[in-house]
Write a protein that binds this ligand. Structure first.
Ligand code: HXC
Length: 514
């Protein structure tokens, strides 16, 4: 009969064997591909020594308990902390059947997802797997469905973050797609069907990278929010994002001492805008100067670059920034920019993060590609997102706020709380040249010197409409401010709005124009 000590030794041996996942050789292969193991990744993601594993004794589907030959399932799950705040984690193990999803593996994931919901704590999933485990058939598909359901029920209750560190193919893409943020490294790819299937069905020849690599999804599809080279840097950036987020939708975002003076004026804000309104500038320059210590975490940096969204802090508290970017296509609103900003606004609203909107937008982008692509519905998403958001909303019109884009970008009419403008603001139905051509068509046709006449009409139009004072005279703008005071004015407004309470009318849910 085995002694207690022997039983304890056996437990340790089983644990050590299971920790090897698919075994040393496959770990070597994983390292050879420049990838870390599931456990190494968790060590980088979580505070040192904080990882508490769940179900470490679950065996690979189809294997029986044999102390000499136990093999683990293809996911490591558990709980840990990031800067002392809790999160639930799963980390797929590619060394075990290519990280493919079995029912047992799904059950492990579901267990921590349910605990995360009950405890109001975020879930971070590290993905590196070949999709549904083919040998398991419908059981694997059922597990995906079970995970998708949890993703949806958790949406808006706890933040969910997906990190793609290897393949995510087939069903494996839809759980990340249902979460709030997707990180990808250069060694990762995501697609519903791989290059071979694409070639068979459409005849297109495309590489894994071109079809579903990080930069493809970061720049073209918008599926990827953060494309980062190297697993270590990527997991570090996940920790940074986490530091901005509340643990759940009942919490305020975390407070972090930044040491930046809330009353800080900024002389440089007077010099960023060119005198010529037709010339671009980098809206990020303004953002960096407004947030605490210049610390701005840009989301979707490479996608729809005519719009900037991201997190910063003011007086140590997280805020969401949405800004037009005149550096790209004059900051015009198009399909992708509308989708990008609408999604971000809805995330902030779900998680009690005030929204600061910086406006310099010449309008919605005209053209057949936009109209055929559905700019009407996609542009409406932005209007919808701002209108339904009940968090504090502060909007600063920096320069142009033209046409429908004036309404869409956090206007007073969509329930913004504080609307300010710089003296450089131009708020009008359309740009001066287009407007003059329409409203003075007859006079221009009769004019002897058409250019001179047009110039005079433009000067007149600008004086009448392209300024902040008409809007301010109606109360649509609460005040026109000295640009140097922008940060203290926003911070004072945030303090004034700290006890804000607003809601949507009772309903099951609205019908966001998807
Ligand atoms: C079972 C799998 C597997 C899978 C990989 N493996 N994917 N086993 N089911 N889905 C196994 C391989 O057989 C191999 O086992 C080991 O994992 C490592 O895989 P390799 O192919 O050697 O690795 P690599 O060359 O790096 O290629 C990785 C890969 C490739 C690109 C992910 O394995 C692949 O294409 N897998 C299938 C991907 C796929 O089509 N998934 C969709 C499934 S359908 P051995 O023992 O030989 O080393 C789906 C629908 C769900 O997901 C829908 C839900 C809504």
């Amino acid at each position: 009969m085995a002694t207690n000590e022997e039983k304890l030794d056996q437990l340790e041996q089983i644990r050590e064997r299971l920790k090897l996942g698919g075994g040393e050789k496959r770990i070597e292969t994983q390292h050879g591909k420049g990838k870390l193991t599931a456990r190494e990744r968790l060590n980088l993601l979580l505070d040192e020594g904080s990882f508490e594993e769940f179900d470490p004794l679950v065996l690979l589907a189809g294997t029986e308990y044999d102390p000499e030959k136990v093999q683990a399932e293809a996911v490591v799950t558990g709980w840990g902390t990031i800067e002392g705040r809790g999160c639930y984690v799963f980390s797929q193990d590619f060394t075990v059947v290519g990280g493919s999803l079995s029912q047992r593996m799904g059950e492990k994931c579901i267990k921590i997802m349910d605990l995360a919901m009950k405890n109001g704590v975020p879930v971070i999933g590290l993905n590196d797997g070949g999709g549904a485990r083919i040998q398991e058939g419908v059981d694997s598909l059922a597990s995906y469905g079970d995970i998708f359901l949890r993703n949806v029920l958790s949406s808006g209750v706890i933040p969910q973050i997906s990190v793609i560190l290897g393949p995510a193919a087939g069903g494996a893409v839809y759980s990340p797609a249902l979460t709030d943020f997707i990180f990808m490294t250069q060694a990762s790819y995501m697609y519903v069907t791989g290059p071979d299937v694409v070639k068979t069905v459409t005849g297109e020849v495309v590489t894994h990278e071109e079809l579903g690599g990080a930069m493809t999804h970061a720049t073209r599809s918008g599926v990827c929010h953060f494309a980062i080279e190297g697993e270590e840097a990527c997991l570090q950036e996940v920790r940074r994002l986490f530091s901005f987020l509340p643990l759940n939708n009942m919490e305020e975002p975390p407070l972090m001492e930044t040491g930046d003076d809330p009353a800080r004026r900024d002389e440089e804000l007077l010099h960023i805008l060119p005198d010529d309104v037709g010339r671009p500038y980098d809206m990020r320059e303004i953002v960096y100067r407004l947030v605490d210590a210049g610390d701005f975490l840009e989301v979707h940096e490479h996608f729809a670059q005519n719009m900037i969204v991201g997190f910063g802090r003011m007086e140590g508290r997280t805020i969401g920034i949405v800004g037009n970017q005149p550096l790209y296509n004059a900051g015009v609103l198009d399909i992708d920019a509308s989708r990008k900003a609408a999604r971000f606004v809805r995330f902030c609203d779900a998680f009690n993060i005030p929204i600061i909107t910086l406006v310099d937008v010449p309008g919605y982008l005209p053209g057949t590609s936009q109209e055929y692509g559905g700019i009407i519905s996609h542009g409406a998403k932005l209007v919808y997102a701002y209108a339904e958001a009940t968090v504090p909303k502060i909007t600063i019109i920096i320069r142009k706020a033209t046409g429908g884009a004036y309404d869409a970008m956090g206007s007073k009419h969509l329930r913004a709380d504080v609307n300010l403008a710089w003296p450089t603001a131009e708020i009008a139905v359309m740009g001066p040249d287009a407007a003059v051509n329409i409203i003075h068509r007859a006079e221009l046709a009769r004019a002897k010197d058409i250019d001179k006449a047009r110039d005079e009409f433009v000067v007149d139009y600008k004086a009448k409409f392209a300024n902040p004072y008409v809007a301010a005279s109606r109360g649509f703008i609460d005040d026109v401010i000295d640009p140097r005071d922008t940060r203290p004015r926003i911070i004072r407004a945030l303090n004034m709005l700290r006890s804000k309470s607003d809601q949507m009318p009772a309903k099951k849910h609205g019908n966001l124009p998807l």
